[in-house]
Design a protein around this ligand. Structure first.
Ligand code: NA7
Length: 317
């Protein structure tokens, strides 16, 4: 709940407080659920799956991260293939296209565990080609596949407030009902595999450009001698106000970047994927291409593993 009451928040734009997962009347599916990838998003998701009564078997490349969940009742698989074999539906959430290809196609990877009827749901944000390759491989072994990238960050995952953008096997989507109820406030089924990835990447452009606009706004206001707290207060009373702008503005002012909600390199990866996608249809993205350069500059300055609010550090010369 602390997410909903950050310091100085304007109460009139608070999301409803009664939307906690305990108020959702979740009846957990009896299906055995697997989860691969206990990063910032994955950890929040697994926590909510367990809290809502799902039986969850976890695996993570760095094995020590599994302990946090096995002590709370999760089972542990020794490889991705084993998790898929033990479970009816296996979810994954890993860094990027290379990580997903490793996870699926490597020795003892997801694909080796797939047999007819198995469900596999990937929540990572990758490119359309990669997600279609994964779908094809899973379906060719008789498995069912759903892509389900999410909009959100560590806090939102922890609060069960992700937005799920799904596409692919509709029956599998329906089978995931109680899981999605536990992890998200809204979910969408967008059609054929690839559509959800496209939607996620298109929306990334808004987050990226809003963030860089905010970083430059605060950098300039500092140089002009304005009070940045005042700037944020005025923004919160204007029509540009949003939870995202408010939180990132406060993080920038207070330099709260060391405990990331979303790592800068993860968002830059999404910007890059969105720009690559625009090439496939010759859509110019001059503004977002410049935004991507600012992200790259922040990476070069050493902020890759910090919160995206560190973009301010790249703008603030
Ligand atoms: P994090 O917190 O950086 O977590 C990344 C996860 O991906 C973490 O569990 C990693 O394992 C795992 N990973 C990375 N490379 C591999 C390979 N090669 N094989 C298996 N697992 C791997 O990212 P987020 O949770 O914020 O984001 C995850 C996705 O959701 C990403 O696509 C976002 O855009 C949306 P590790 O613990 O390092 O061993």
């Amino acid at each position: 709940d602390d997410y909903y009451a950050p310091e100085g928040y304007m109460p009139d734009i608070l999301p409803p407080l009664n939307d906690s997962i305990s108020s959702r009347n979740i009846i957990a599916t009896p299906m055995r659920i697997g989860f691969l990838g206990l990063g910032m998003i994955g950890r929040g998701v697994v926590d909510n799956l367990l809290r809502s009564g799902h039986e969850v078997t976890v695996w993570n490349r760095t094995t020590s991260k599994c302990y946090e969940f096995t002590k709370d009742g999760a089972l542990k698989g020794s490889t991705p293939a084993e998790v898929v074999q033990l479970c009816d539906i296996t979810f994954s959430c890993v860094s990027d296209p290379a990580a997903l290809k490793d996870l699926v196609f490597a020795n003892c990877g997801v694909l080796q565990g797939i047999s007819p009827g198995k469900g596999y749901v990937d929540m990572s944000t990758v490119d359309v080609e990669t997600i279609k390759d994964v779908q094809e491989a899973v379906v060719s072994k008789g498995g069912r596949f759903l892509e389900a990238p999410v909009i959100g960050n560590r806090m939102l995952a922890r609060a069960g407030q992700l937005v799920v953008l799904a596409a692919g096997d509709k029956a599998l989507y329906d089978d995931c009902y109680s899981c999605f109820q536990a992890i998200s406030k809204h979910k969408f089924h967008l059609g054929e595999v690839g559509s959800a990835t496209k939607m996620k990447l298109v929306l990334t452009l808004i987050f990226g450009s809003a963030l860089s606009g905010l970083a430059e706004c605060l950098a300039l206001s500092t140089k002009l001698g304005l009070d940045n707290t005042e700037v944020m207060k005025i923004i919160s009373h204007s029509s540009i106000s949003s939870i995202f702008i408010h939180e990132k503005g406060i993080d920038m002012i207070k330099n709260r970047i060391a405990e990331p909600n979303c790592k800068l390199n993860v968002m830059q990866k999404d910007m890059k994927l969105a720009i690559n996608l625009s090439d496939t249809v010759d859509q110019p993205l001059p503004v977002c291409a410049a935004v991507n350069e600012l992200f790259k500059k922040a990476k070069a300055k050493g902020y890759s593993e910090d919160d995206i609010a560190s973009l301010y550090r790249a703008a603030d010369l």
